[in-house]
Design a protein around this ligand. Structure first.
Ligand code: MN
Length: 218
């Protein structure tokens, strides 16, 4: 991890870069649910909220789990990625909010920049809170339904105690029991479906292309 000052400076640079692309594509528009999702949600909550997981080969491979809320992407870094087995409690380290437009980013971030490495849009879709989101973020218990291409059904994020106020809060990402849950012996979703949800590319293909793709969902 970069020192905080350097990180915030580089983060600002990335934000400025992102701003140039915002006019090109509105992630909240491309993340509209499919007709299938419309039929299954039917909860009357109204607005669909964007959800994305970015597989990120930085210093260590991890999965950035992001939920769009109040104009930003609330973000957690999940080292092992999500699991459909409810017995797996995956460590999800809370990280800084990201701009909504960042959720459409797939490509390479130059080495030396904050988050340098290869980024894949591993999953994308919408999410529906099952609790009051602001209260859930405050109390550390969030449950929600995911309508992604890979992740579906009900999930929970539960915050653990933090040791000091300086530590980034640790949460656990847990699959709840429902018809989508897998048994302990099932092939992990991260292995069964390793490639991009928007381009079908592997991490190696994204790295080799050296390009940027922004939420090309059509
Ligand atoms: Mn990351």
């Amino acid at each position: 991890m970069a020192p905080k000052k350097a990180a915030s400076k580089a983060s600002k640079e990335v934000d400025e870069q992102l701003a140039r692309y915002r006019a090109m594509r509105d992630f909240t528009m491309t993340a509209e649910p499919s007709g299938e999702d419309d039929a299954s949600s039917g909860s009357g909550h109204g607005d669909s909220l964007p959800f994305v997981i970015q597989k990120h080969a930085a210093t260590r491979l991890h999965y950035d789990f992001r939920l769009g809320w109040r104009g930003v992407l609330k973000s957690w870094a999940v080292t092992k990625g999500p699991s459909y087995y409810p017995g797996d409690k995956r460590l999800a380290v809370e990280v800084e909010d990201h701009p909504i437009a960042y959720g459409g980013f797939e490509g390479t971030i130059p080495k030396g920049q904050y988050g340098g490495g290869t980024v894949m849009v591993w999953d994308q879709g919408t999410w529906e809170p099952l609790v009051d989101v602001d209260e859930g973020l405050r109390t550390g218990k969030l449950s929600f339904t995911l309508h992604g291409k890979k992740l579906k059904g009900n999930w929970a994020l539960v915050r653990m105690g933090r040791r000091t106020s300086k530590d980034r809060p640790n949460w656990l990402l847990i699959k709840e029991h429902d018809k989508y849950a897998h048994g302990v012996d099932a092939e992990p979703v991260t292995e069964a479906h390793p490639n991009s949800a928007i381009t079908g590319r592997t991490m190696d293909q994204i790295a080799a292309a050296g390009d940027h793709v922004w939420g090309a969902e059509e």
